[in-house]
Ligand binder design. Structure first.
Ligand code: NAD
Length: 244
């Protein structure tokens, strides 16, 4: 298991901190060479990169706003040139600015849908052709419990995360014959900057009575990156908030 991703190249969007950095470290520990995408915090991305290099893996950090098609094209080109074909893609980048319902504007809606949902489409479209050529790929989309029960951010966030499940189902069905699995992870409240800055984040609805750790999400990403027969699924990591 430890080296089951040896020789594979993986890309995590929004990998400079939180869930994304934990997934990047977990995939690298299992043997993957890594492409780390980040938006603004270059120093944090470089710190994750240094940790991965210390594991003996190849790693590169690439700045790009994944909600913009031209930036995604540049990201794909730079990733291919510096590392080779990406075979494991984790669509993790996201924002969750908590707002009062009546204060959410059209531009708030557009921004959040672009960053959380359109990015998942743009990045997947950019990296799927190489996976199809190689007839092997893993795509992991970080959705949320908000897709299932609304959550504590806002309707735009819930809709963006539910949209990721639709993308997951479409791509899973369409790409299965090419040896590509596509799955989603739906975490509830995980101890990251996103949760720490949301005044509505509380453990009161969570049977486990605590926030989850980033490792409790990255463990699942590693499973989905290494398993070839799970596809089209949503794996919940929510302390029992939603049961299925
Ligand atoms: P975080 O705020 O710590 O990290 C989000 C990352 O996404 C950051 O690195 C940020 O720079 C990056 N990002 C944002 N916009 C970007 C853009 N346009 N282009 C590239 N990168 C961009 O939050 P987190 O908790 O680690 O969240 C990671 C993912 O998990 C998000 O999609 C979030 O919606 C989802 N999620 C989080 C929780 C939670 O409780 N923390 C629960 C469910 C789902």
């Amino acid at each position: 298991m430890q080296h089951s991703l040896k020789g594979r190249i993986a890309l995590v969007t929004g990998a400079s901190r939180g869930i994304g950095s934990s997934i990047a470290l977990s995939l690298a520990t299992a043997g993957a060479d890594m492409v780390l995408n980040f938006l603004t915090r270059a120093a944090e991305a470089k710190a994750v990169e240094a940790e991965i290099l210390r594991l003996g893996r190849r790693c590169v950090s690439i700045q790009a706003d994944v909600s913009v098609a031209s930036e995604v094209q540049r990201l794909a080109g730079e990733a291919e040139r510096s590392m080779g074909a990406v075979e494991v893609l984790v669509n993790n980048a996201g924002i969750a600015r908590q707002q009062a319902l009546e204060q959410i504007t059209e531009s708030d809606w557009d921004e959040l849908i672009d960053v959380n949902l359109k990015s998942c489409f743009l990045v997947t479209q950019a990296f799927v052709p190489a996976m199809r050529t190689r007839r092997w790929g893993r795509i992991i989309n970080i959705s949320s419990v908000a897709a299932q029960i609304g959550g504590v951010v806002g309707p735009h966030y819930a809709a963006s995360k539910a949209g990721m499940l639709g993308l997951t189902h479409y791509y899973a069905r369409y790409l299965a014959a090419d040896g590509i699995t596509v799955n989603a992870i739906a975490p509830a409240l995980i101890e990251t900057e996103m949760t720490r800055t949301n005044v509505k984040a509380s453990t009161s609805n969570i049977p486990m009575a605590r926030f989850g750790s980033v490792e409790e999400v990255s463990d699942i990403a590693l499973l989905l990156a290494t398993n070839g027969y799970i596809t089209g699924q949503t794996i919940n990591a929510n302390g029992g908030w939603v049961m299925s």
